[in-house]
Design a protein around this ligand. Structure first.
Ligand SMILES: Cc1ncc(COP(=O)(O)O)c(C=O)c1O
Length: 297
């Protein structure tokens, strides 16, 4: 059986049920209007990685969206732990913890139409890191990442059409992910991950203005000095990535993955091994952290 088809146990509004049997009202605000927040969380060998960070970011998004989840941070963490515990598999489990504004009396975007409590769902999938660790190809999307004027990208919300449309462009062009620029032309992130470049002794990543402020991103910026790299958060353009010594993407769902090319332009020196030495060292350090840290089930 393919990992994606394994009938895991998921959580739906207080009940632990098989993924194949899980249902929610068509009047749920998430289904009708994409109105909610989510977190992607990984389980490594029976340990939930960076649980507190995920719960904190979830509650920040809910505050911004004015959604009361009906449980506090401790209660939400317990849902995550109980749901993972209900599954036999102890590694390569990925959870999408999602909170929406809940059920509506009738369709319509106005939150006054909501009747029930918020919906809390924890999807669980058997999902090893999703990208080919030997490297991926990117194209630049024609669709811009939303600016804080339109929709603050820091809010980790479920309404992902902006990124899905960029992802479609990548699919059409045979690439793995799409680079999304901000409305000034600087690199924001890929449609689902954070971007990093290594050049002249610096570990560079876009400023946290048009992006989801990644938990993986924070870990890597903290690791930079161990590798004698200077961490730099800045306005970066495609130039900084295409002319970098090394570049990679990162995130909970795919971990660290080197970028082979952007728009057909190869990254790094021709014929050099991929991943490059710094990316490889960061991949090793990240693995050491995920191998040892986390909230034990
Ligand atoms: C658009 C986007 N960028 C980056 C990330 C990576 O964030 P993290 O490192 O916290 O998984 C995510 C994760 O969901 C994301 O949706």
């Amino acid at each position: 059986m393919e990992p994606a088809d394994i009938d895991t146990i998921v959580y739906v509004n207080g009940a632990l049920v098989r993924k194949s049997k899980a249902v929610i009202s068509i009047y749920d605000s998430g289904f009708c209007h994409g109105d909610g927040a989510y977190e992607g969380i990984r389980l490594y060998d029976g340990r939930v990685f960076r649980l507190e960070d995920h719960i904190k970011r979830m509650f920040e998004a809910l505050k911004m969206l004015d959604i009361d989840p009906g449980v506090d941070e401790v209660g939400m963490s317990q849902i995550v732990l109980d749901t993972f515990r209900a599954n036999e598999q102890r590694t390569d489990l990925h959870m999408r913890l999602q909170v929406t504004r809940g059920r509506k009396r009738v369709t319509g975007m106005n939150p006054k139409l909501n009747v029930g409590p918020a919906s809390i769902v924890a999807f669980v999938d058997v999902k090893p890191p999703i990208f080919d660790k030997s490297g991926i190809t990117l194209i630049t999307s024609s669709i811009r990442r939303a600016s804080p004027n339109v929709m603050d990208a820091k809010i980790h919300h479920v309404n992902q059409l902006n990124q899905i449309m960029a992802n479609i462009e990548a699919n059409r062009q045979g690439a793995d992910e799409a680079v999304m620029l901000d409305d000034r032309g600087f690199v924001a992130e890929t449609n689902s991950t954070t971007m990093f470049a290594v050049k002249n002794g610096e570990l560079m990543t876009p400023k946290p203005t048009y992006i989801v402020v990644g938990i993986t991103r924070g870990i890597l910026l903290d690791l930079a000095p161990e590798l004698d790299l200077i961490p730099r958060e800045d306005d970066l353009s495609l130039y900084d990535f295409i002319t970098a010594d090394e570049a990679f993407i990162c995130g909970t769902v795919g971990e660290l993955v080197p970028i082979k090319s952007i728009d057909g332009k190869p990254i790094g020196t021709k014929g050099a091994p991929m991943p490059g030495p710094f990316t490889q060292a960061l991949m090793r350090r990240y693995k050491a952290i995920t191998d040892t840290e986390g909230t034990v089930l």
